[in-house]
Design a protein around this ligand. Structure first.
Ligand code: CMC
Length: 427
């Protein structure tokens, strides 16, 4: 395999090293392209651009492979819990019992949020979208933790990470409780990480919290499956914002905003809204299949297709099984979920979807489980954010530890050339 790639332009040849990843992925290192040739590359949407070297998540979209730190997602979803996976992603290795207990203990110590934050939450109308509230609250946390983390101190890094792992679920729970008109809750230190999140979200003031094993396991699995996905839109945002040396919380808040969009994390909400709209319109899935295929119709089948998976999304396989189990165990019969099944079956056999390799993605099934668990539709993307938190942290930490330069893409300018200013009275 040659070590260099040659670019030829206008009779001149330019050589660039070829970098090989541990899974034999090849990349042309164009660091010196502009200096050597005066040219840049153009790649809208970054479909062919690697923004960094990373040791966190490996994804092969063609083969449908997803691994965190070398461990297959299938194995992690089956054998690990969310907190272990979070530790693995952030620090690079699975924790031993002692490290995991310490991590959990340290999180518990930090799991209160300043009471003044409630005033900020109070300022939002009940109708506010939970993602906007969560992004704002995460940003507001900076005011209560104003010292920027010293990234050259391992200890300072660790405690900044513990702090956000502890406080973020409280913000998530408060966002939901505000929406549902429930008093704010701080959870219970004697519970597991995910169990406590569930309690903080759903405990009624007049009722004892009763743990439901099926629900907690499904939630745990969903969080693991969402925990990282290499350089997607929100993660790239976190790395980009962090590259200016803005703090961890500020970078995360920006990531939440990026995740909100319906083409990214917001798809899980969009899926359910689409299914409800199909039901309200008589439940004719074929009509909506036809709309999705019609190039003159902007309608897309939400929850289908993926930027990098041109094969079945491996997370979708795991989650489909979990969805079937949860619906079965909870004895849920729901016409909207029947529509989802019909739509998935039809799309899997339809030439338009087959030829374009448009399979149901993780968000198609996650929305179904969230609905079964009684989570309001506009909280779905917040649940995604909760799962993605360790991935964002891991990517931010890696970026800072590798001392990556500030992210600053270039452009090809296509505007007006220099022209004289025209005074107002002559325009
Ligand atoms: N319904 C109908 N047609 C589709 C869909 C869809 N959901 N997705 C892609 N296509 C068509 C698209 O029209 C195009 O057709 P043609 O080649 O004839 O022009 C072809 O498939 C390729 O699509 P693309 O837009 O070039 O693909 P992309 O890689 O830029 O976009 C995507 C990926 C996820 C934005 C897109 O598939 C989509 O909009 N899906 C629906 C939204 C969704 O479910 N997003 C969640 C992604 S998973 C969660 C996450 O990781 O954030």
């Amino acid at each position: 395999m040659p070590d260099n790639a040659t670019l030829e332009y206008n009779g001149q040849k330019f050589e660039f090293p070829v970098i090989k990843g541990t899974e034999n992925e090849l990349a042309i290192d164009i660091n010196t392209l502009r200096a050597k040739s005066g040219m840049i590359t153009l790649d809208p949407g970054y479909k062919n651009t690697g923004s960094c070297e990373s040791a966190i998540t490996f994804l092969d979209g063609e083969k449908g492979i997803l691994r965190y730190r070398g461990y297959a997602i299938e194995e992690l979803a089956e054998k690990a819990d969310f907190l272990e996976v979070a530790y693995l992603l952030i620090f690079g290795e699975l924790p031993d019992k002692e490290r995991l207990e310490k991590f959990h203990h340290d999180i518990k110590v930090e799991s209160t949020v300043d009471e003044e934050m409630k005033k900020i939450l109070d300022g939002f109308p009940k109708s506010a979208h939970p993602m906007g509230v969560l992004s704002s609250l995460t940003s507001a946390l900076i005011a209560f933790n104003p010292v920027s983390v010293n990234v050259s101190s391992e200890k300072a890094m660790y405690y900044a990470i513990v702090r956000i792992m502890a406080k973020f679920p409280v913000l998530v729970a408060w966002t939901l409780r505000k929406k549902m008109g429930l008093p704010l809750d701080y959870g219970d230190d004697s519970l597991g990480y995910v169990e406590n999140i569930h309690k903080m979200m759903f405990k009624k003031p007049n009722k004892e919290y009763v743990k439901n094993k099926i629900v907690i396991e499904a939630l745990d699995k969903l969080l693991i499956l969402h925990a990282d996905h290499e350089q997607n839109c929100s993660t790239s945002t976190v790395r980009m914002v962090g590259s200016s040396h803005a703090g961890l919380f500020a970078s995360l808040s920006a990531g939440i905003s990026a995740l909100w969009g319906p083409l990214h994390g917001g798809a899980n909400q969009a899926v359910l809204e689409m299914l409800e709209a199909i039901e309200a319109d008589g439940g004719d899935t074929q009509k909506y299949m036809a709309k999705a295929k019609d190039k003159n119709d902007p309608f897309r089948l939400m929850g289908f297709g993926h930027r990098v998976y041109k094969n079945f999304d491996p997370r979708a396989k795991i989650i489909k099984k979990a969805a079937d189990e949860v619906l079965g165990d909870l004895g849920i019969e729901d016409p909207v979920l029947e529509i989802a099944k019909d739509l998935a079956n039809e799309a899997l056999e339809d030439p338009y979807f087959v030829e374009r390799k448009l399979y149901p993605n993780v968000d198609f099934y996650s929305g179904i489980i969230y609905r079964a668990l009684g989570i309001p539709t506009d909280m779905f993307t917040v649940m995604f954010a909760l799962g993605r938190l360790p991935g964002w942290i891991a990517q931010w930490r890696e970026m800072r530890l590798r001392n990556e330069p500030i992210g600053r893409p270039r452009q090809v300018y296509i505007g007006e050339n220099l022209r004289p200013f025209v005074p107002l009275d002559r325009r």
